[in-house]
Design a protein around this ligand. Structure first.
Ligand SMILES: [Ca+2]
Ligand SMILES: [Ca+2]
Length: 441
């Protein structure tokens, strides 16, 4: 029937227009013709109500009314669109089973109704927490997993949430702290369990703990408002508190080498690197080692710091003719003593100036940034390595930290100290107009 009406309508439209175009008919003639055909739009008559199936659901007592669409499934109508609404809402404020009446309505006003059972759960029991016991933690042990061994269970919720609040804990201050575990279920019930955490003081012979304590004390002293300032302060600190010593520290272990440097205030370029690394790690500043390549006349270590999406060269090791620190240089700003395999490292900044970043150094008011200008003679010339002194680097591949290739080192050849001034000089006057230093690392 629908198809016949439609065809008659189309034929009518075509017939009238064709006749009008091929003959100069009077209007009354056209009206007569049109009256013989129904040219109105096709009308679809839908008298079939939507269909659907009941979907049993459970809700917690006193929680929000579930969406009516969540109580039905497999909803269908020829028209392609169904409006689902409550005819009668379930009583979710009384525990037990309640009935909801759901209306399915198509766009033509055809309705069908489904009676849906809604189970109302009365859950006032918070999840149980298992495995939360008093703990002992080594000094500065940031890797400690406070969630290890913690499990939770609930009478209804199959996956209750659990978290640990350690905000009151200071891993760098020995003592006893209370930390809290929170477990909650879908009904909103929450259980809190408090345990004591004892942060142990470094023990005799615990070099790692002593190093962490040492690093933390220095970090607290030189920490700045912005990480990039802190990075500069770290490079300065290492530079200013060390005397270059080409002799090997006897280890390639980063912590041991750093400890050697902090304890003896001397070391080779690897010791300088390790000291910078442990301090930058403590500050949460991304860094990675970089080595001279080709290792001519010797190997040399310095450090890359990640900033603004790129890695920048930094080096606290003094060189003759360049006694200051190298800070936030791009590849083009390096001197001939810092050649490296450009393909072996992540992207460095293709341009930009370290001066903008270096501007934070010496900025007025930043009293916690060491005000040293290493190029002003704080490093006695006599302390710098002579041109024929080698830089001692780790002796075997096995001894090297991960991700570092062994630089070839020939003790018979020169060292990183060179008589010619390195350029550019990172101690150039700072561009104080820059705001670059206020970006977070
Ligand atoms: Ca319908
Ligand atoms: Ca529960």
């Amino acid at each position: 029937m629908l198809k016949l009406d439609f065809l008659l309508g189309v034929i009518g439209l075509i017939s009238v227009s064709v006749l009008a175009s091929i003959a100069a008919l009077h209007k009354e003639d056209i009206d007569k013709l049109e009256s013989r055909f129904d040219t109105s739009p096709v009308r679809i008559s839908d008298q079939t109500a939507p269909t659907g199936l009941v979907k049993p659901v459970s809700v917690y007592l006193g929680t929000e009314l579930p969406l009516p669409s969540s109580l039905v499934q497999d909803v269908y109508d020829d028209s392609g669109r169904v409006y689902i609404s409550y005819e009668t809402e379930p009583d979710i404020n009384t525990a037990g089973t309640s009935e909801a009446k759901i209306r399915l309505q198509d766009r033509f006003g055809n309705n069908s109704y489904l009676t849906c059972p809604v189970t109302v759960i009365d859950d006032h029991i918070a999840p149980l927490i298992y495995g939360a016991v008093d703990l002992e933690v080594s000094y500065g042990d940031e890797e400690f997993d406070f969630m290890s061994g913690i499990t939770v269970s609930d009478n209804y919720d199959e996956e209750p949430c659990v978290r640990c609040d350690t905000s009151a804990l200071d891993l760098y201050e020995p003592g006893v702290y209370a930390i809290k575990y929170f477990a909650s279920d879908d009904a909103g019930n929450c259980r809190i369990k408090t345990v004591n955490v004892t942060v142990k003081a470094p023990e005799d012979g615990d070099m790692d703990a002593y190093l962490k304590q040492m690093v933390n004390d220095i970090y607290k002293e030189i920490k700045c408002r912005y990480p990039i300032w802190t990075a500069r302060a770290i490079l300065n600190y290492v530079h200013d508190n060390m005397t270059y010593d080409p002799a090997s520290c006897g280890t390639s272990d980063i912590n041991e080498a750093a400890y050697y440097g902090f304890a003896n205030h001397k070391g080779n370029c690897y010791v300088y690197y390790c000291m910078c690394k442990v301090l930058l790690d403590r500050a949460g500043i991304q860094n990675m080692p970089i080595v001279r390549c080709p290792a001519n006349p010797t190997g040399h270590y310095w450090i890359l710091i990640r900033y603004r999406g790129y890695w920048w060269h930094c080096d606290a090791t003094p060189f003759k003719g360049h006694e200051g620190v190298y800070f936030m240089l791009n590849d083009n700003q390096l001197d001939q003593y810092h050649q490296f395999d450009h393909s072996a490292y992540p992207a460095r900044s293709p341009s930009g100036s370290h001066l903008a970043i270096g501007a934070v150094y010496g900025q007025s008011g930043q009293t916690n940034v060491p005000a040293a200008d290493p190029s002003s003679g704080q490093v006695p010339e006599d302390n710098l390595p002579e041109a024929d002194e080698p830089v001692i680097t780790p002796e075997t591949d096995e001894d090297l930290p991960e991700d570092i290739e062994a630089p070839s080192s020939d003790p018979e050849e020169g060292d990183p100290a060179q008589p010619e001034p390195a350029q550019p000089d990172p101690e150039e006057p700072a561009d104080t107009s820059s705001e670059g230093g206020e970006d977070e690392l």
